[in-house]
Design a protein around this ligand. Structure first.
Ligand code: F6R
Length: 241
């Protein structure tokens, strides 16, 4: 795992955007793996800027998102489809038919199989963008998830629901389940960038950089992949000795 320590969140976003744009400039039919959450928002702003200022085009790019809440309609304001539409897809020249996100409203067992097939047939993902949960989750793969897991349904742990409640009017509205690509699905990506910013991620970054590979800290399984870059700011790096 390569580690890039940046001064602040803006630098994390710039560095991540440089890697994504380099990928697209090298192959305009690239397949990107994307995440939601607060961390990649700065990256997405930079990518939008790249279309306007640097002439980057997403016309031939495909995207495959990590996860989606179960039970939220695509058009729900807090669905991950809405998040991606508002923060990225509507602002770049991507073809919406080339953007893949699990459907949280169809039969979930069938949807998991279908989505893994998407990863295999549209992919392999050239560059996967990941954030990290305070408990080390990647996607919605919570501690204890089988490292051989493919796309599956998860029950969200209390801490993840509490953390995501900031996007809803109350915690009762946060869905209890989600569909997530599995750890093995994520590891199929050719290259992975893991972004972490802020003091509340410092403990997770410290644990990750202990290199103790264990299913009780899902992000640690990334040590088994040979092309991962952790892009972290000083606040998130502050507990690393
Ligand atoms: C989102 C996702 C999650 C987040 C993680 C960090 O698609 O897969 O694993 O990356 O929960 O979230 P933020 O960036 O909001 O701290």
């Amino acid at each position: 795992m390569k580690v890039v320590v940046c001064a602040n969140y803006d630098e994390v976003s710039v560095k991540a955007a440089q890697l994504v744009e380099a990928q697209i400039l090298g192959n305009d039919h690239s397949v990107l793996g994307l995440a939601t959450g607060s961390t990649p928002l700065g990256l997405y702003e930079r990518l939008v800027e790249g279309v306007k200022l640097r002439g980057i085009s997403y016309k031939n790019v495909c995207t495959i998102n990590l996860d989606e809440y179960l039970g939220l309609d695509k058009g729900h304001p807090e669905s991950y489809r809405t998040f991606m539409t508002e923060n990225l897809f509507d602002k770049i020249d991507i073809v919406i038919g080339n953007t893949y996100i699990p459907d949280g409203t169809s039969d979930s067992a069938e949807e998991c199989l279908r989505y893994e097939q998407v990863i295999d047939s549209v992919g392999p993902i050239d560059l996967q963008v990941l954030g990290i949960g305070r408990n080390g989750h990647i996607g919605f793969n919570e501690p204890g998830t089988d490292s051989n897991s493919l796309t599956h349904v998860v029950e969200l742990v209390a801490s993840t629901r509490e953390s995501n409640a900031r996007f809803f009017t109350s915690i009762d509205e946060v869905p209890t389940h989600a569909i997530t690509t599995g750890i093995k699905s994520i590891l199929k990506s050719k290259e992975i960038i893991l972004l972490a910013s802020g003091k509340d991620k410092a403990e997770a970054v410290r644990t990750l950089l202990n290199k103790d590979v264990t299913e009780s800290f899902p992000a640690s399984i990334l040590w088994n992949h040979d092309n991962v870059t952790l892009i972290v700011d000083r606040d998130a790096y502050e507990l690393v000795k």
